[in-house]
Design a protein around this ligand. Sequence first.
Ligand SMILES: NC(=O)c1ccc[n+]([C@@H]2O[C@H](COP(=O)([O-])OP(=O)(O)OC[C@H]3O[C@@H](n4cnc5c(N)ncnc54)[C@H](OP(=O)(O)O)[C@@H]3O)[C@@H](O)[C@H]2O)c1
Length: 344
Amino acid sequence: MREEIKVVHVGLGPLGSRIARHILNERTGIGYVGAIDILPEIVGKDLGEVIGAGRKLGIKVSDEPKKLFEETKPDIAVYTTTPFLKDILPQIEPAIKSGVNVISTCEQLAFPYFRDKKLTKKYDELARKNKVTVLGTGINPGFLMDVRPTILSAACTEVKRIEVIRRMDASPRRKPFQKKIGVSMKPEEFKKALKEGKITGHVGLEESICLIADALDWELDVVRVEEVEPVIAEEEVSSQFYTAKRGQVKGTKQEAYGIVNGEERIHLFFTAFLGATPSFDEVRIEGTPEIEAKVSPCWHGDDGTVAMVVNLIPVVINSPPGILTMNDIVPISFKSGDMRRFVK
Ligand SMILES: NC(=O)c1ccc[n+]([C@@H]2O[C@H](COP(=O)([O-])OP(=O)(O)OC[C@H]3O[C@@H](n4cnc5c(N)ncnc54)[C@H](OP(=O)(O)O)[C@@H]3O)[C@@H](O)[C@H]2O)c1
């Protein structure tokens, strides 16, 4: 058997720490050789201490990616730093140039061609030149509102329309998630914070629509995303981190559509708020057969993301170089139109 899979973790916030604790405490044949963050308070500290592993690991958190990659030569770097493509691409450059594969929870990296085709192509070339694989994944985007319906469509002989509904109880989610959906804000504060980019709501509905359309080879005329709307508390509701009093924001709802040949063929409906009951993840496919696949209660977004990232580490290491999407990793779906288009 090969030697242990060597990992460097970049971005030790709540999600990164959770992934690191999971790898260290629950997996074998994989381990850390380094860690990176930019927060001055944690740089130089022991990784075990920073992630709350309950023990020291003898690995100091660094803020010098290039140096660390060259010294430790990991198989893969796990990036949990940002939802935005414009930020993640320069961040992963030192890993790519050092020949290190990358897996990231960056939502906009899940289908980077949507935000910036030219820049994505440039990084794809860089990745190929350095023989490394780069993948953006997670629970959503990465599975629930894109890969899951796509896989289900593979067992259909016809697909006319796909609808995905995620109704999530946000109470058990990590603090940054509850913050980004505006929990405990007054409605006017919520609108202002959204406008100023201080909160974002869920990021990635556009990428999920593109992933579905790309898998089925539906040519999108438009990806339309409605404004993020607040869900207002009718009575006080609390989580470990926030309390939303009556009249305050307890979460958000967002809708997005993929228009193909003038018709709405993809519809995503995302709701997340404290105390959402029932909570569920549902896929409806209009086609042959008609599909209604409901998982309830909803998938836990943080546990699901940890699982997606860790379970895909070997897959990324084994995959061909370049900037990949989940459609390269899971290439099964309903194939519309001329079948020759799917043969490379
Ligand atoms: N695809 C999915 O399904 C999915 C699911 C969950 C989360 N996510 C994404 O995963 C990311 C991590 O989540 P989180 O809640 O842990 O976020 P977070 O609290 O923002 O943590 C990010 C961490 O990365 C650090 N960082 C930022 N830029 C860096 C850089 N250039 N180099 C090294 N470290 C850097 C941050 O430091 P500072 O605090 O100093 O900025 C912080 O410690 C988020 O972007 C989130 O949107 C995706």
